[in-house]
Every structure is written in C-alpha cells, then in structure tokens.
Write a protein that binds this ligand. Structure first.
Ligand code: AKG
Ligand code: FE2
Length: 344
C-alpha cells in the first residue's frame, strides 16, 4: 500500500495532497514516506538511549513492561536495563524530552493533523516502544476516546525499518466507517468485564465486512496517521533481537478543551494536554491521590457537571485504574464513570 500514498518529497510535505486526503477519508489512514530525515531519526534514537541511562530521581518517566513481567508499571530510573531487550512501552516521553516532543509535535506534522481533524491537534499521550506491542486488534477509543466522537487521530513514527520479523503494525483499511462497538454505558470507552464481548464483536465485523488486514513495513522516518476508529494492532514478533522502534502519539483537539488552562502551547499550533506522568501505584495510596487531586486543573465545564458532593479522592481510591492512568476524576466521571455506574 505504500505506493498508493507515496509523497514525492516527504521531508518537505506540509499539507496532504487532495488524493492523500481522499485516501485518508476512504481508508482511515495515510502513510507519509520519508517524512523525517535520517538526522531527526538518529537524534531521537540517541535520546532514547540517554533516557534509559538517566538513573537520577528527576527522571520522571514511567514504563510498562510487556515482556515476561507484563503488566508491571515502574519508573524507568528503577528499571533493570535487561528490560530494554523485551517489549515495553515508555509513557509520555513528550512530557520529558524536547527532542521526542518535537517529533510528536513537529510543525509540519501538526499542520497535516490539523487538516485531518479540522481542528488544532492536542497531543494527549505518547508511547515509545523499541519492539512491537503484539497487541490484538483494537480501537484506540477503547482506551482514550475523545470527548467528541471521531475528533481524534494517531501518528506512528517509524524509527527503525520494519519487516515481517519484528512485529509490524497491522490495520484494517476502511474499518473506521463501521459503526463502533458500544459498551453497556453507551460509550466507546472499554469496560473491562465487557472486553470478551467487544473482541467477539471485532472478530464478527472483520468476517462480515470482509476486512483485509494490511501490515506496515516502513523505513525510518516514515509516518502513519490513523483515524480514531481504525481497527489496528501489533503482529507477533518472530525475532526479539531486532528492534522496532516507534513513537506513537494520540491526539484529540483543542475544540474539546475550550479552556486554554487545559493545554500547553509550545508555539502556535503545537499544543499538548496539560497533564502529569502516569502514576506508579500498586495499591491505593491516599497520599499520592491527595497530591494528584491538589494539582488538578479541571476545566470549569466538567466541574459544573458533577454532583455537588462528588469526592474526587474517593473516586480515585475506588477506581485505581483512573488514578494509574493519570485521568482527571471529574472529567473521567462525566465522560465515562457516570455512564459506567462507577463508585465514588
Ligand atoms: O505499535 C504497535 O504495535 C501498536 C501501537 C498502538 O496500537 C497504539 O499505540 O495505539
Ligand atoms: Fe492502538
């Protein structure tokens, strides 16, 4: 599929061509070949090494292991270097590292994303991986649906060549036009106990609509942009020795966050959600929760929408997944928790 969306001068592209725009609308993704040059790629890879080496208490990064200790979340500074040889996800490097931030919020990239989204993209999180995720087919809206449906997209920046052996990203072209799976809340946000049903639904729509999986075999510097509702995942890794470094950024838009206190604008058009790092918390820790609640900058719109006696501490302590994912309890309650019948 790479030729269908090839751009003659990827590293000077600042807007999608009309045919690329049409391709995105019809297929739910677009590939920008050679978007970042070799220097940007080398610089980014050097930063990843430096972040791993930074053992100082001021290194705020939080890692999710995906290897033998899958489901472990820890500070990168405390992580044994051997974990680097296994699949992992490093959360939100854009909050801590200017070089990686400049990839996620590259001026040319945000101009293109703004066009795709018809609004200013708002980087809500990043995931840095040095190996494939091997994650099953999913919609990103299971994890971080935008407040307004479809006002969301993702960029996937290749920093290594990808082949069949190092776990290529896969996706189903045109899956974005299929009505999304709705959880019992009526929303798109995943409810843990209902995931088996959601996965069975995905298998059914793949068969019913005759969706054909495609795999992405990029060169370093290539970028894939996908629509909020494009079904995708990571293929199995055949050779764990090979890295498959990529930076994924999920973007909402500033239209959903009209209060500028919710963002940080690095320069015009380059905007990220004002938020902290993910929380490393194994059990309910009221002191951590308290510190988090004190630092909140909840948009007024959401504050006004919760019951007068809503207690954000109690909500986070009852719903540690919300705390671990560093989600604002008021916003989470209004967008998801109320519909899901969450306790507080
Ligand atoms: O790179 C991968 O293997 C999958 C990444 C992904 O699904 C995501 O970050 O949304
Ligand atoms: Fe995803």
């Amino acid at each position: 599929m790479r030729t269908a969306t090839a751009s003659p001068a990827g590293n000077s592209l600042t807007a999608l061509t009309p045919s690329q725009k049409r391709f995105f609308g019809e297929n739910g993704y677009v590939i920008l070949q050679g978007f970042f040059d070799a220097d940007r790629v080398a610089e980014a890879k050097a930063r990843i090494g430096a972040l791993w080496e930074d053992r100082s208490p001021s290194n705020p990064l939080v890692i999710d292991y995906q290897g033998p200790d899958a489901a472990t979340r820890a500070h990168l500074r405390d992580t044994d270097p051997s974990v680097r040889g296994q699949p992992y996800k490093l959360n939100d490097v854009h909050l801590a590292d200017p070089v990686l931030q400049n990839l996620a919020l590259d001026p040319r990239l945000v101009a293109i994303l703004g066009d795709v989204l018809s609004g200013t993209p708002l980087a809500c999180n990043t995931l840095l991986m040095e190996r494939g995720s091997q994650q099953g087919a999913h919609f990103d809206t299971f994890y971080m649906p935008s407040p307004t449906p479809n006002m969301m997209c993702a960029s996937w920046i290749a920093l290594d060549p990808v082949s069949e052996d190092n776990g290529p990203l896969f996706y189903y072209p045109r899956s974005h036009v299929i009505p999304p799976f709705r959880f019992s809340s009526g929303g798109l946000h995943a409810i843990g106990e209902e995931m088996p049903e959601a996965n069975a639904h995905l298998a059914r729509i793949i068969a019913e609509y005759g969706l054909q999986e495609e795999r992405f075999y990029p060169q370093p510097g290539d970028v894939l942009i996908w629509h909020a509702q494009l079904l995708h995942g990571g293929s199995p890794i055949n050779d764990l020795r090979q890295t498959r470094t990529s930076l994924v950024t999920h973007y909402w838009t500033t239209l959903d966050f009209p209060d500028p206190a919710s963002w940080i604008e690095l320069s015009p058009g380059r905007v990220m959600l004002r938020r902290g790092h993910q929380h490393v918390a194994k059990a309910s820790d009221p002191a951590d929760v308290d510190a988090f609640v004190r630092g909140l900058r909840t948009p007024r719109k959401y504050l006004a929408d919760v019951p007068a006696d809503f207690d954000p501490h109690a909500y986070l302590l009852h719903n540690m997944d919300v705390f671990r994912n560093c989600m604002d309890p008021y916003l989470h309650y209004v967008l998801h928790g109320r519909g899901e019948g969450r306790k507080w």
